[in-house]
Structures are given as structure tokens and as C-alpha cells.
Design a protein around this ligand. Structure first.
Ligand SMILES: [Zn+2]
Ligand SMILES: [Zn+2]
Length: 339
């Protein structure tokens, strides 16, 4: 089975935190945090349209400019999601430049701020010189008792968010594929059907929840000819597809280790295939970690274990441990895999 999401840390474990998640078989990507991001290169950066910000400490937001630079002049909408104050932060960044020659530019930036009583939205269109335009407020959806909610709902996946205590709100996120669609290539081959973009369309129909009797015209590209064939969704699913549980990726940075944060993190990361968790400190410096509202490697490992995550990736190491990255990784692994 090839997973639908391929995820990579934007930087080395000692570099600015950030996670880039590519949606396979599409030209889409999601980006978690905007620290330094030159390492991604313009092509990947341009692919990111949905950007989730934990908080706007510099190491999580300084890359906004680089993203804006590659997106400027493109006909796209950059969607930013994050903590209270994000709209003013974006506005402040935009105010740092002169925008008298962008009126023909089709780029739009939308920002959604998550407050405990709902979502505030603002739009900054390039064609108006990025003048702020406030949108309507909306309520948080699917809010649970411990405060996690759905930040984004796409037919294929959802992104859930929860606010953690970092002395300011720091948002953690979990990306969850609705379900995974596996294609049985052997059976396709036996039936004389080619693989190809028609299967992408089939997946879209399934994610959109189309009924079994839904009919569609599939364009099939055989070796030397093209065929238009009428198909019934339920039949295609039955014969050639297997539906399995969807992939889950959790992203947690900059949070203190306390009971409330732990409960929220464990809940959010429950059953994650990959749990990306900050681990700036070794546990021998747990006091310093607590003072700075950060986690230790052991705490990251303990929470990953409690969450039943399949894999744990620790990052956002403090420069004080330069050359000791393997110790941080070992401490996290031991707490995660240990009995
Ligand atoms: Zn921070
Ligand atoms: Zn940080």
C-alpha cells in the first residue's frame, strides 16, 4: 500500500521547525509552520496552499516572506490558519513592503484565527494592495470536551487542531485521511483495464460520498487507443478497490509538559502513523524545559506511547545540544518503545 501523504521535516532537527506534507497523486501540499523554509525550494513551496501555524514566535513564522515571494504573481489563494493575533501578524508583515505595482496580481491571502468562541477571518487580496478585508466570524466545528476541533474539512481528509499552553496558545494539528483507497492492479490487468487518471477520479467520487449506483464516464488510455467507458461506482469499488483505514499524521510543537497539555496531545495524536513532536530538551534539563514552556525528549516519547502512535519523529532540538542529537533521539525512542 502506498500512503496518500508523504511528509518531511522542512529543516534539519536543529533547524526551524516545520512539516511539509505532500498529497500524492495531486499537486497539493500542506505546510505546518513557517520557519525558515528555503530548503523546500520554490516548487514545493508553491504547492503549499494550506498553511497551519502553531504560533508566531519567530522560528515558526519568519518564512512567511519566502512563501509570499514565490506565490506573488500567481493565481492562487494562500490559506493560513492559526492562533489569535495571526491576522494582525500577517497584516504587519504585509505592511513591511510597498505594494504599488501589484494591482494586476491574482494572489489572495486568507487568514483564519482560532479563538475559543469561534473563527475570525480576514482576506488580503494583492489586487487591492493587500488591504485587509474582514470576513464573517464562524463557530468552531466538531469541538470536543477537551477543546480540539476541525480546522479544515476536505473531502479526502480533515485537519484537527487543539490549543496548547506555551504561555501563549500554541496550536497542535493532526491530519487524518478519511479512508485509504487501494487499487488492485492485478485485477485491473485481468479485466483488461489500464491504470491512469480515471482512478484518481474514482477516488474523488468515493471521498465525496457518491452512492454506489453513481454512474460516470471513465476515459481509459490503453496502449494504442483511448476508450470512453460508462462505469458504476459500486461495481468499480467492489471489483478493483479495497478501502482501508486512512493515514494520520500529528504535529506538535512548543508546549509545556503539564496534565492538560498531555491529555490534549495524547488525544490528538491517538493512533497516528507518524507523530512529529518537538523535543528541544533532554530530560536532565526538564526544569529548563518547563521554564521555557517546552517538552523534553522523554516527555515526547511518553506521550507518543500513550497515544499508541506507530512512529515518532522528534525535532526542534535546542542548539545547546549541538552534536548530541543522537542522545535526544535515543531518549525519546526509549520512552516510546520501552516497556
Ligand atoms: Zn515558541
Ligand atoms: Zn519554537
Amino acid at each position: 500500500m502506498t500512503p496518500s501523504f508523504s511528509s518531511i521535516l522542512v529543516n534539519d532537527v536543529f533547524g526551524d521547525p516545520g512539516l511539509f506534507v505532500e498529497v500524492r497523486w495531486s499537486k497539493r501540499a500542506l505546510l505546518f509552520d513557517l520557519g525558515h523554509n528555503e530548503a523546500l525550494g520554490p516548487t514545493r513551496l508553491l504547492r503549499a496552499s494550506e498553511i497551519f501555524i502553531s504560533h508566531t514566535h519567530m522560528d515558526h513564522f519568519i518564512g512567511f516572506d519566502a512563501l509570499l515571494r514565490v506565490a506573488l504573481g500567481r493565481g492562487k489563494t494562500l490559506r493560513l490558519y492559526g492562533p489569535p493575533g495571526l491576522i494582525a501578524n500577517v497584516q504587519g508583515k504585509l505592511h513591511g513592503y510597498t505594494w504599488n505595482l501589484v494591482d494586476g496580481y491574482p494572489l489572495t491571502i486568507t487568514v483564519q484565527e482560532f479563538h475559543s468562541d469561534g473563527i475570525r477571518t480576514a482576506t488580503f487580496p494583492a489586487m487591492d494592495g493587500f488591504q485587509r478585508c474582514d470576513g464573517l466570524n464562524s463557530t468552531l466545528s466538531d469541538c470536543t470536551a477537551d477543546g480540539s476541533f476541525t480546522a479544515l474539512r476536505d473531502p479526502m481528509f480533515t485537519v484537527r487542531a487543539t490549543s496548547l499552553n506555551h504561555r501563549i496558545p500554541s496550536f497542535a494539528y493532526a491530519l487524518q485521511e478519511q479512508f485509504h483507497v487501494n487499487v488492485n492492479k492485478e485485477r485491473l490487468h485481468e479485466a483488461g483495464l489500464p491504470v491512469g487518471s480515471w482512478l484518481k477520479e474514482v477516488k474523488q467520487y468515493l471521498w465525496q460520498g457518491k452512492p454506489d449506483d453513481f454512474c460516470f464516464i471513465a476515459t481509459l488510455y490503453h496502449e494504442h487507443r483511448k476508450e470512453e467507458r460508462e462505469c458504476v461506482l459500486g461495481e468499480v469499488r467492489e471489483r478493483f478497490l479495497t478501502i482501508t483505514r486512512g493515514q494520520k499524521i500529528a504535529y506538535v510543537v512548543d508546549a509545556r509538559y503539564d496534565q492538560t497539555n498531555e491529555r490534549k496531545i495524547v488525544e490528538l495524536a491517538r493512533g497516528a502513523d507518524i507523530f512529529y513532536c518537538e523535543a528541544p530538551y533532554l530530560d536532565r534539563d526538564a526544569d529548563k524545559a518547563r521554564d521555557r514552556y517546552h517538552l523534553t525528549a522523554r516527555q515526547a516519547g511518553v506521550m507518543a506511547k500513550k497515544a499508541g502512535a506507530r512512529d515518532l519523529v522528534v525535532f526542534h532540538f535546542s542548539p545547546r545540544y549541538t552534536g548530541l542529537g543522537h542522545e535526544i533521539e535515543a531518549e525519546a525512542r526509549e520512552a516510546f518503545r520501552g516497556k
